[in-house]
Design a protein around this ligand. Structure first.
Ligand SMILES: CC(C)(COP(=O)(O)OP(=O)(O)OC[C@H]1O[C@@H](n2cnc3c(N)ncnc32)[C@H](O)[C@@H]1OP(=O)(O)O)[C@@H](O)C(=O)NCCC(=O)NCCS
Length: 176
């Protein structure tokens, strides 16, 4: 994966009905550690990273690159949205395409925040790189993620086996 490269970055903070999407800042470091060390968040993502390693190794401003959005609710970080370029993907259909990822803190699940934030990030993407499809890979056992992908307009391309689990590759075609 690589970042989105030469796109205007950072954009002005994106405001939705309840949330703000913005580039990561130094004040987000603790919540990034929380997110990356959470076993619940990583149930379908290959397991969490040890907190002490994160505390040592996370940069002062984590995940600061074009296409990386912190999602904020009432001034506090609740999630991270990643729009990257799938330069090396296991499935040829995804290679070179923009790829959506999302991680939210368990306390923020079940309120529609992920759907609201991802829709806004995809709106930014459509305006920034018009005409490009977006792909998404998730374990098919990750029911919440599968539901979210469907809500966001992703359709199944194929299922494949990797990382000891069945994976779902979805694609969202550009608006015509
Ligand atoms: C995947 C993940 C982001 C989904 O989060 P989520 O909170 O379940 O997703 P949504 O924002 O779509 O909210 C879902 C629920 O909120 C409920 N909800 C409550 N209030 C709502 C509101 N005002 N508006 C919309 N939905 C609302 C909905 O009923 C919805 O449930 P449904 O899908 O059964 O209908 C979350 O489980 C997560 O971070 N998982 C760990 C990371 C991960 O596995 N990422 C996937 C790999 S990229």
């Amino acid at each position: 994966m690589s970042d989105l490269g030469h796109v205007p970055w950072p954009p002005e903070p994106i405001r939705t009905e309840r949330l703000v999407l913005r580039e990561p800042e130094a004040r987000d470091r603790t919540m990034f550690a929380e997110l990356l060390a959470s076993p619940e968040v990583h149930t379908y993502l290959g397991g969490p990273r040890p907190r002490d390693v994160l505390e040592r190794e996370l940069p002062e401003v984590p995940e600061r690159w074009p296409g990386s959005f912190v999602v904020e609710l009432d001034g506090a970080m609740i999630g991270h949205i990643l729009l990257r370029r799938a330069t090396e993907h296991r499935r040829p259909a995804a290679v070179g395409k923009a790829d959506l990822g999302y991680l939210f803190l368990p306390t923020a699940w079940g309120h529609g925040y992920a759907a609201e934030a991802c829709a806004a990030a995809l709106g930014w993407f459509d305006a920034t790189l018009p005409g490009e499809p977006v792909v998404l890979t998730t374990q098919s056992a990750n029911v919440a993620s599968m539901r979210l992908a469907a809500k966001l307009g992703f359709s199944e391309v194929e299922r494949f086996h990797a990382w000891d689990a069945e994976q779902w590759l979805g694609m969202r075609l550009p608006a015509t």
